[in-house]
Design a protein around this ligand. Structure first.
Ligand code: WTA
Length: 631
C-alpha cells in the first residue's frame, strides 16, 4: 500500500476555507468548542444529544463500557420509527415532503411525512399478519424504490430485524444471507431497473430460497404491467398485504440495545460478516451526524446517491435524515444513464441543496468532462459530501470547482458498516484539506498507530484506530462474536479499523485504503475471500488468490490468480468461464477483471496466501517483509 503514500501531499498543507456564512449559520459553529465539550464529559455530551429525540422510557446510564462490549442508553426505551415518523407527523412537519422519488423511466412519486407514516403503519400491520414478531429476521431484496424504505421502516416499527441485501447481488450471496439470518420472510419486487436493463429480482429470489428452509413467505411488489403471476401459498402481493389492516400500528417498545438490523459486509477470511446494529445508539449517532455534518436544515433537499443495500443507504439515505425531519430525494439513478448528465440534471430539476456521493462517481465524471455538469444549473447546491473510498486531491479539486463552483464545502466522511455513523471529517465551517478526510468528529477519538498500538509520528504511515466506544458502533457479528472481539483485540483496548492512514501536523487524517483483504471496486466492498471461494467452487479450479489492482477510475480492479486442477489446461475459454461463474455466484460487481493462471501461490508457513506479495509483484514494487513466506 505504501506506493500510494504521497509524502509531498502531507508536507504541502494546502487548505480551502469555506465562506464565513457557513460557520455563522451552522448547527455547530465551532468544531473545537464542540469537541472540548465532548472530551470534558463524553456521557453528558451524548446524553444531551439523545434528549433531542423522543424516548418511551429514560435510560439509567448513557454508557456501560465493559471492554470490548458497550451498552448505550442502558434500559432506555424507544422506537426509531417513532422518531423518523410520528415525531414529525404530530407537529409542524405533518405535510412536509419526506421523500421525493424518481424512477429510471422518469416516474415521480412524493410522500409527505404523513403519507409515509400511513404506508409504514399499514405495511407493519401486514407483516404482523404474516406472523412476524419482534426479533424475527426479514430479508429485503428490492430495487431503489419507496417500498424498499417502507419495508425497512415497517420492520423497525414492529421490532423485526431487517437484513437488506443489495439488489446487485446474485443468487448465492442472497441465499447465504437468507440462511445466515434465518429470515422468515423475503420482501422483493418483480423487477428492478438499471441502465435500461431489467433485473429479474423475483426470479432470483425463487432460486435463492430453494435451499432456505426458514423462508415462510415472499412478499412481491409488482411493478410490471400486466402484473406477474403470484404463486399462491408462498407469495403475496405487497399491496394486498396492506389491504384490510388497521391503519395504525403502535410502535413496538424497543430496548435501546435490541437489534435494529443486520447488514453483511465483506470479511478478510471466510464468510461475509453480519454486522449487528442496535436501536438506541444507532439512532442517536446517525441523527447527530446527519444533523451537524450535513448541517441539515428544514429547507434542504438532500440527496444521498448510495444504494439502500449498503450502510450509507441505511444511515444517511433513510434513518439519519428522517430522524432529523429532512426532505430526501432518491431514485433509481446511476451517474451515466441515460447519459453522463443524469446526476446534474436531477440536481437542477429537484433543487438539491446537499449532495452526498462516492469518489468513484466523481472520477467517472472527471473523465467524461466538464461539459456535462456545465449544461445544468447547479446553483441550488449548498454542501457536497463524499464517502466510500479516499477522495484523492485531484477529485476533491474537481468536485469543489466544477460542481461546488468554489463555494460549497465538501465533507469527506470516513466511516464503515461497523461504525454505523460518520467518524472522521471536517465540519462545514472548518477549513478543508484535499486528500485528508479531517479529524475525529466530536464523540470520536481516532489515532494512527503502529502494530503495537504506539502512535506513529505525523507524516508516517500507520494503522487507523478508534480509542473510545461511540453510540452507533456495531455490537457484534451475528453468530460470530469472536470476529467482533478481534476488531478490539488486534491492538488491545482500541478498535482497529483495518485501514492505513497518515496524520498531518495539523491533526488531519489522510486515509489510504484497506490494510487487509477487502478490495473497494467502484465504491463496493468486495471480500477477497468471497471471490476466491466462488472461484474455487468451479470444478476446474484448485486454488485461487485475489488482489485489488489500483485503477484510476474504479479505485481498484479485481485480479485473480488461479491454479487449475491437474489435467486442466489454461485457456481463454477458462478465463471467460470463470468470470461468468463468479458473476453468477456473487453478482456482476465481484467479477474479476483479469485472471492469470499460475502454478503456485505465495503462502506463509501456516498456509495463508500472502496477497501482499502477489500485489507487490503485480505492481513491480518491494513486497517488504517476506520472512514468513514459505517458499
Ligand atoms: C473506506 C462505507 C477513505 C475505508 C461507509 C473503510 C473511506 C471502508 C472513506 C468502509 C473516506 C469509507 N475516505 N476511505 N471518506 N469512507 N472508506 O463498510 O477503507 O462499505 O474502511 O462503509 O471504506 O466501507 P463500508
Amino acid at each position: 500500500m505504501a506506493e500510494q503514500f504521497d509524502v509531498k501531499l502531507v508536507e504541502e498543507a494546502k487548505y480551502y476555507t469555506p465562506l464565513p456564512e457557513y460557520r455563522e449559520k451552522a448547527w455547530v459553529k465551532d468544531y473545537d468548542e464542540e469537541y472540548s465539550e465532548f472530551l470534558k464529559d463524553p456521557e453528558a455530551f451524548w446524553g444531551k444529544i439523545a434528549k433531542e429525540l423522543d424516548w418511551f422510557g429514560p435510560w439509567d446510564k448513557v454508557l456501560d463500557w465493559k471492554y470490548p462490549y458497550a451498552k448505550w442508553f442502558v434500559n432506555g426505551k424507544l422506537n426509531i420509527t417513532y422518531n423518523c415518523l410520528d415525531r414529525h407527523v404530530f407537529n409542524h412537519r405533518r405535510n412536509k415532503v419526506a421523500i421525493i422519488w424518481r424512477g429510471e423511466n422518469g416516474e415521480e412519486r412524493i410522500f409527505t411525512y404523513q403519507m409515509l407514516y400511513r404506508q409504514v403503519n399499514r405495511f407493519a400491520n401486514g407483516l404482523k399478519r404474516l406472523g412476524i414478531v419482534k426479533g424475527d429476521r426479514v430479508c429485503i431484496y428490492m430495487p431503489m424504490i419507496p417500498e424498499q424504505l417502507i419495508a425497512m421502516l415497517a420492520c423497525a416499527r414492529i421490532g423485526a430485524v431487517h437484513s437488506v441485501v443489495f439488489g446487485g447481488f446474485g443468487v448465492t450471496a442472497l441465499n447465504y444471507r437468507i440462511n445466515d439470518t434465518e429470515s422468515k420472510v423475503v420482501i422483493t419486487a418483480d423487477i428492478g431497473f438499471r441502465r435500461g436493463k431489467t433485473i429479474p429480482l423475483k426470479t432470483l429470489v425463487e432460486e435463492a430460497i430453494i435451499n432456505a428452509p426458514s423462508v415462510e413467505r415472499v412478499v412481491v411488489l409488482r411493478r410490471k404491467e400486466p402484473k406477474v403471476e403470484i404463486h399462491s401459498g408462498i407469495e403475496i402481493d405487497f399491496y394486498d398485504l396492506m389491504e384490510g389492516v388497521e391503519p395504525v400500528c403502535k410502535p413496538e417498545v424497543m430496548d435501546a440495545e435490541d437489534p435494529l438490523f443486520i447488514l453483511y459486509t465483506s470479511g478478510s477470511t471466510g464468510a461475509p460478516k453480519g454486522v449487528i446494529h442496535t436501536c438506541g445508539g444507532y439512532m442517536v449517532g446517525t441523527y447527530y451526524t446527519s444533523k451537524v455534518i450535513f448541517d441539515l436544515k428544514e429547507e434542504d433537499v438532500y440527496w444521498c446517491t448510495a444504494d439502500v443495500g449498503w450502510v450509507t443507504g441505511h444511515s444517511y439515505l433513510l434513518y439519519g435524515p428522517l430522524a432529523v425531519g429532512a426532505t430526501i430525494f432518491f431514485g433509481e439513478a446511476v451517474p451515466d444513464y441515460p447519459d453522463a448528465g443524469n446526476f446534474w440534471r436531477l440536481i437542477q430539476d429537484m433543487g438539491i441543496t446537499i449532495f452526498y456521493t462516492a469518489p468513484t462517481a466523481i472520477r467517472m465524471f472527471m473523465k467524461v468532462g466538464e461539459q456535462w455538469p456545465d449544461k445544468y444549473d447547479l446553483s441550488s447546491l449548498r454542501i457536497l459530501g463524499s464517502v466510500g473510498e479516499p477522495l484523492n486531491p485531484e477529485a476533491f479539486e474537481w468536485y469543489y470547482r466544477v460542481i461546488g463552483k468554489d463555494r460549497c464545502p465538501i465533507v469527506d466522511t470516513w466511516w464503515q458498516t461497523e461504525t454505523g455513523m460518520q467518524m472522521i471529517t471536517t465540519f462545514v465551517g472548518e477549513k478543508m484539506r484535499p486528500g485528508f478526510a479531517g479529524k475525529g468528529i466530536p464523540g470520536v477519538i481516532p489515532d494512527v498507530v503502529d502494530k503495537h498500538g504506539k502512535p506513529v509520528k505525523t507524516g508516517t504511515l500507520g494503522f487507523l484506530i478508534i480509542k473510545n466506544p461511540w453510540p452507533a458502533m456495531f455490537r457484534t457479528i451475528y453468530k460470530n462474536d469472536e470476529r467482533y472481539r478481534k476488531y478490539w483485540e488486534t491492538i488491545p483496548n482500541v478498535y482497529t479499523v483495518g485501514d492505513l492512514a497518515v496524520k498531518g501536523k495539523d491533526g488531519y487524517i489522510m486515509i489510504l485504503g484497506r490494510a487487509d483483504d477487502i478490495i473497494i471496486v467502484a465504491g463496493h466492498n468486495i471480500g477477497t475471500a468471497e471471490v476466491e471461494s466462488a472461484l474455487v467452487s468451479h470444478q476446474s479450479v484448485a486454488e485461487a488468490a485475489v488482489i485489488g489492482k489500483p485503477d484510476a477510475l474504479k479505485g481498484n480492479l479485481i485480479k485473480a490468480f488461479v491454479i487449475l486442477k491437474l489435467g486442466e489446461k489454461p485457456s481463454d475459454k477458462h478465463k471467460l468461464d470463470l468470470k461468468y461463474h463468479v458473476r453468477m455466484t456473487l453478482g456482476p460487481i465481484a467479477q474479476p477483471d483479469d485472471i492469470e493462471f499460475v502454478d503456485k501461490l505465495p503462502k506463509t508457513r501456516s498456509g495463508k496466501i500472502m496477497r501482499r506479495v502477489l500485489k507487490a509483484k503485480e505492481l513491480g514494487i518491494d513486497p517488504g517483509d517476506i520472512s514468513t513466506l514459505e517458499d
